[in-house]
Design a protein around this ligand. Structure first.
Ligand SMILES: Nc1ncnc2c1ncn2[C@@H]1O[C@H](COP(=O)(O)OP(=O)(O)OP(=O)(O)O)[C@@H](O)[C@H]1O
Ligand SMILES: [Mg+2]
Length: 385
């Protein structure tokens, strides 16, 4: 009976507006939505932003970019950076949303595609929850609309019996819709988006009606480079998108910066103590990940084999966060090599046979010889045995 409702994804239901009890508990959400977590920053930006705003945008494009990249407002309010990367990329992404083209964020795993999409929707529309999660099983109803079968049977087809998808709601309210992992969605279902994006309308043949997008509507899709070839976008659909490729962090310093910022934020939300001492370990995790990912040591002298895992920035963040939890609960609260070694091993060795050999070689040839890495080498040896 609930199948039509379920087809609109649970995010669609959450978007209906949280119940009162849920609203009270919102401050305790394990992971608050971007618009709630950064409500104060968004309010300060809205107040001091005197540039022109596109229809129904809460902020001007300039203020949206400042929200993402960080900065200091005239009254001294500090806006924390959400995305660390080339400014131009963010400017192009934000500008796209103010045009009649949709935005496609493309990149390898862990390059903050989902993260950027959420923050863009939060800053532009104040709501990042109009979300369709793409999977191989995503049905057309998840992008268009479904039916509440109890109402359909009782009263026949009507607007009351219709369950709008997050995309339909974004169209009628002039908001930003999000589609995650677009290229995992079967090609024929993807193509439902063509009419929506080119004609800006969603026909409801059962009712002889249509929903026309109001100004302010746009869509952000994300797609993973690694999924290329799974369900490639048809050229008709691709033409409706401006593609922005999110790069891997350009330098080790930039990556260390991203990891320590995010670990600090996540750690605070989990009530983990964060000490400045962790920075050495973060640097080591990032160095190991980058060297194995690039297939060469930082000094360019030793060629390495790359393991099968992606070793993304996102994984470095979770290795360090887990390490901090270990240090907090079973150590003295200071992040040490022993706290991250097991996490690194788990991220590197995905394929127990091939990756283990690659890891052992790296450990003996590179880690062992490196100045100041003795304790780290010992910790890794211990967990690898
Ligand atoms: N350049 C960056 N700036 C800020 N945060 C970043 C950056 N790169 C990665 N991150 C962090 O990495 C984490 C994971 O990012 P996210 O889930 O958005 O990646 P993704 O590109 O969607 O990956 P996937 O392809 O696996 O879905 C986020 O917590 C994000 O903060
Ligand atoms: Mg993602």
């Amino acid at each position: 009976m609930e199948s039509a409702g379920a087809a609109t994804t649970s995010a669609g239901v959450a978007g209906e507006g949280p119940a009162e009890g849920a609203q009270e508990a919102a401050g305790q959400a394990l992971r608050p939505h971007a618009e709630d977590a950064f409500a104060a920053e968004l309010a300060a930006l809205a107040e001091q932003d005197d540039r022109p705003r596109p229809a129904r945008w809460l902020l001007s494009p300039w203020a949206v970019a400042t929200y993402l990249l960080g900065g200091t407002l005239p009254d001294g309010t500090v806006i924390t950076p959400k995305y660390v990367g080339p400014r131009r990329i963010v400017e192009v992404a934000v500008t796209t949303l103010a045009t009649d083209r949709a935005l496609l964020l493309l990149g390898v795993p862990g390059t903050a595609k989902t993260w950027v999409s959420e923050h863009l929707a939060a800053a532009v529309s104040g709501d990042s929850t109009l979300l369709v999660q793409g999977t191989a099983g995503t049905p057309e109803e998840a992008i268009r609309y479904g039916w509440n079968y109890a109402r359909l049977l009782a009263h026949g087809p009507s607007r009351e019996a219709l369950v709008p998808s997050p995309v339909m709601r974004a169209m009628s309210e002039g908001m930003t819709a999000r589609v995650e992992e677009l290229t995992r969605i079967p090609a024929d279902v993807q193509d439902t988006l063509i009419t929506i994006l080119s004609e800006k309308t969603l026909p409801i043949p059962e009712l002889g009606q249509e929903v026309q997008a109001v100004r302010g509507f746009n869509l952000i899709a994300t797609a993973n480079d690694r999924d290329r070839g799974v369900n490639d976008l048809s050229s008709a659909l691709r033409r409706r998108f401006n593609t922005v490729v999110l790069p891997l962090p350009e330098s080790a310093d930039a990556e260390v910066d991203i990891v320590s910022r995010r670990v600090d934020q996540i750690g605070r939300s989990l009530d983990l103590p964060t000490g400045p001492d962790g920075i050495d370990e973060i640097r080591r995790v990032v160095t190991v990940f980058r060297e194995l990912r690039d297939g060469v040591t930082t000094d360019g002298r030793t060629k390495l084999k790359s393991p099968s895992g992606t070793l993304s920035t996102a994984e470095a963040i979770s290795v360090v966060t887990n390490g901090l939890a270990l240090a907090a609960h079973f150590g003295d609260g200071v992040l040490r090599p022993g706290d991250v070694a097991a996490g690194i091993l788990g991220a590197v060795v995905r394929d127990p046979a091939a990756d283990r050999v690659i890891w052992q070689e790296y450990l003996e040839a590179v880690v062992r010889e490196r100045d100041g890495w003795k304790d780290f080498y010992r910790a890794c040896r211990e967990v690898s045995a």
